[in-house]
Design a protein around this ligand. Sequence first.
Ligand code: LLP
Length: 427
Amino acid sequence: MWWEIEGHLEVRENQLYIAGIEASKLAERYGTPLYIYNGNRIIENFNRVKGAFEAAGVKPRIHYAAKANTHLAVLQLLSRQGAWIDAVSVNEVKIALKAGFPVGRILFTGASVGNADLKGLMQLGVRITIDSFSQMRRMKELGFKGEASIRWNPGEGAGHHEHTITAGKFIKFGIPEHRIEEAFLKAKALGLDIVGLHQHIGSGWLGKDVDVFLETVDKTIAVAEKAEELLGKKLEFVDFGGGPGIPYSKEQKEFPLEKYARGIIKKMKAADLNAEIAVEPGRYIVGDSGILLVEINTVEEKNVPVIGVNSGFNHLIRPAFYGSHHEMVVCNNVGGRNRKSFMVAGNLCESGDVFNESKQELRELPIPEEGDILALLNAGAYGYIMSSNYNSRAKPACILLLNGKEQLMVERQTVDDLLTKEKELEI
Ligand code: LLP
């Protein structure tokens, strides 16, 4: 199968294996819906990014974008590898600290950052990226004494969906091109300690988008040089954001990691800068490490052939929200020849609750039996972390596989968990 990765996802005797363990057996042991992450794959992905830069003679700051998957154990695993953290909320910073990241290895880069956020961040002592003139002014008013970077919008973006493009026109993030020099001058006038420049053009780009990204790298480097001139000092780092994609479907190619890393390095070396290179990959590190197992409870001809499962967009929202493709695999009959095209329907009361790319895209699968386990692949990034309790359904359990061992990482919720913060009617 196109998605097989040796030692990670494999098909043996028509059964799906993850990290050498039969997926259906894990479903039996832990129940479904179940998120499974292969920690060794996370480490491999991290090392591949690190290695691509190191092969070209540079030690990068790899800020893992915690928003992709914030499980404590995953963060701990990445802390052990020497990762840094890109955090977007005070709570993400707190979770990263709990996971053992030193405060100096955390950079906060948020949007619409309020004073409550700023106060929380200042208490924790992390570096803060400035997203607006308003934020800059309020940081000064609140007495911010730490180090800061400025995020700018380099005017061009890329991403797998409109919602994940974060630079260009009609974009809320960063300081726009025509005001970036003013931003450095303002920060200097306010006495803020600006140590870095930040860009993030969007999430989930592959192929030709890498050329768009490399164009923005040129622009960002030019702005960094200008910033040093305006500030009268050297920058400590330039952060090129996250975004490297992964293949979700057969047609998509592997991310050209070497072209990406070498491209950044070559441009940085040619520049008049001593700044360190920072990148913020999220999806690339954890995306293909995780799968979601769901149980097939209904196989029936409605007005289309339907497979009903015990999960929905409450557990994996990407298909419903972005029309994203997630490969689906019948765990106990992966290559079955008796095939048919199905709508794979979740158990929520909304017609958009299907795991197909849309209601119209029927997916060809081996005809399953009720009770079979279906795996949704590439669910390690923006999966559990975007889940909800819609329809008062519990969030799934999550397990981690690492070095031939397995552990429960997140317990399955119960109805009591849904009620813990609820109050009885009192008035
Ligand atoms: N840095 C910043 C400032 C970001 O906003 C993001 C993602 C990243 C890094 C990491 O991007 P990555 O390397 O993972 O592409 N929920 C969407 C993706 C939203 C990404 C938001 N920001 C999805 O499921 O595709």
